[in-house]
Design a binder for this molecule. Structure first.
Ligand code: SAH
Ligand code: SF4
Ligand code: F3S
Length: 468
């Protein structure tokens, strides 16, 4: 049993990161005929981890199912970014416990993802949820098969709080055969004062560019049209390594593989170089879409958040991007109700939202996370006020989302068609280069292709169009 430890997770040493080339072969018959149910919450990195977990389960003979009732193993891949994650975990555990007690005593129940890295959560699972069979952390995914094959402890818990290594030669069962996630960097060293990620994902480790390019080249060979390069701070890519490419250089190298579309997420306003902006502007297959989290429009709050930029610096970068990359869409994340955010601070956020007119934004009420510095700050602002602020901010955000989408009306834009629309099976859906969701008529036979679409209607969160 290896348990998580918040003090260990906080440490950053100069220790070299180990690059470990995995060579794992498993007996495919071990769990043949058995089914797995996997549910993933959280960011794109967790979704991509889910693709690794699925491949690992299938390497043991499991096949996927979409109901707990028909499963032999259920795995919940959790996110810890906000408090409501706990409700999701315990709601899910309640259902699994019921299923195990009433119908399937052999059901294996597993918890992984960022909540598995939280001391308090694992402690609670040990004390109050003995029916959970395995818990494995974000640094232990490669040990999943071994945990299942050699399951001899009643509750098998393996969560390293170490700073993390980089594993190569990982198999994924990708959700799409059109677009793929590619990790370029793991972990985060920024330690924004509200954020749990540096504790749950370990220190920043960049993959070697040669491995990233090899993976993208293979995806091109397999017919993929789009890759999204993943990291918590993609612009800091390679900084901790000697003789490694910068993020802009990596972007150019990925662009040269000939993949039709390159995206990346998330960019931090810190470290966003002119070279990056120029590269996005010049390379046709690097998409003109940047997710640039603001978090707050108040320089005072930004300082307390440890974000390393002021309101003015954010606006300067924002304008530089807008002026250099024509047609670029820019989206953001904003937190309201950080401890002791005043009306004046909040007004600064509203002003930045009014000035930037973001294409869209994810907005959140601040949620204290145990172990982070902000969770220790006293907070005199009540929840009702925070909710009112969120509502007010969302009104502005939605107004400008609609305005930005309306600019597309009657225009013809390239859309990568991904699949049949969930709501209306006579339509297909896809994304513009600027990451606008479009529901398209007349294109059933175009899945996997980039086609010209004329935009016929614009809503706040999507566009309608017809294939030309
Ligand atoms: N690495 C990215 C963010 C990853 S987390 C970046 O630095 O921009 C995704 C978003 O969740 C954050 O941008 C932030 O807006 C939100 N978030 C993170 N911690 C939060 C907390 N404690 N309460 C509310 N929202 C939070
Ligand atoms: Fe969290 Fe900040 Fe790292 Fe983003 S940069 S993951 S917000 S600590
Ligand atoms: Fe959530 Fe972990 Fe991602 S906390 S947002 S799943 S890095």
């Amino acid at each position: 049993m290896k348990l998580p430890n918040i003090n260990e997770a906080r440490k950053r040493t100069k220790n070299e990161v180990d690059y470990i080339y995995l060579n794992q072969n498993y007996d495919e018959d071990m769990f043949k005929g058995q089914k797995y149910f996997l549910r993933t919450y959280g960011c794109q990195m967790n979704v991509h981890d889910g693709e690794e977990i699925a491949a690992r389960l299938e390497s043991l003979g499991f096949k996927s199912t979409d109901s707990i009732e028909t499963a032999d193993i259920v795995i919940l891949n959790t996110c810890a970014i906000r408090e409501n994650a706990h409700d999701k975990l315990y709601g899910f555990l309640g259902r699994c416990k019921h299923e195990k007690e009433k119908n399937n005593p052999n059901l294996i129940i597993g918890i992984c993802g960022c909540m598995a890295q939280e001391e308090g959560v694992v402690d609670d699972i040990i004390k109050r949820h003995p029916y959970v069979d395995i818990v494995f952390g974000t640094h232990n995914i490669h040990e999943l098969q071994d945990l299942l094959i050699s399951k001899n402890e009643k509750q098998n818990i393996k969560v390293y709080s170490c700073e993390g290594n980089v594993y190569e030669n990982i198999s994924y069962k990708r959700d799409s055969n059109i677009k793929a996630w590619v990790n370029i960097q793991y972990g985060c060293d920024k330690f924004c004062t509200y954020c749990i990620v540096p504790y749950t994902r370990g220190k920043q480790r960049s993959r070697k560019s040669s491995e990233i390019i090899k993976e993208v080249e293979e995806l091109v060979r397999l017919g993929y049209k789009e890759v999204t390069l993943l990291g918590q701070n993609v612009n800091a890519y390679g900084k901790e390594l000697e003789d490694e490419l910068s993020f802009a250089e990596l972007l150019r190298a990925v662009s040269e593989t000939g993949i039709e579309r390159v995206r990346f997420v998330t960019s931090h306003p810190w470290d966003f170089t002119d070279d990056m902006i120029e590269c996005i502007a010049k390379c046709d297959n690097i998409m003109p879409y940047i997710h640039l989290p603001l978090q707050s429009g108040s320089s005072r709050i930004l300082k307390l958040m440890g974000r390393r930029y002021t309101k003015e610096e954010y606006l300067e970068l924002y304008n530089k991007i807008r002026n250099t990359i024509p047609n670029c869409s820019i989206t953001t994340d904003i937190i309201v109700g950080f401890p002791n955010e005043t009306d004046e601070d909040f007004n600064d956020t509203l002003n930045v939202a009014e000035t930037c007119k973001f294409d869209s934004a994810f907005t959140f009420i601040y949620s204290p996370r145990e172990g982070t510095p902000a969770a220790k700050m006293e907070d005199a602002i009540d929840m009702k006020k925070k909710e009112e602020r969120l509502h007010k901010l969302n009104e502005i955000i939605n107004k400008y989302s609609l305005e930005a989408n309306k600019k597309y009306l009657n225009k013809v834009v390239p859309v990568l068609i991904e699949g049949v629309s969930e709501k209306d099976s006579s339509k297909v859906f896809g994304y513009t280069d600027t990451m606008k969701l479009v529901n398209v008529e007349n294109a059933q036979d175009k899945i996997g292709k980039i086609i010209d679409v004329e935009i016929t209607d614009a809503k706040s969160f999507s566009l309608d169009g017809k294939a030309l």
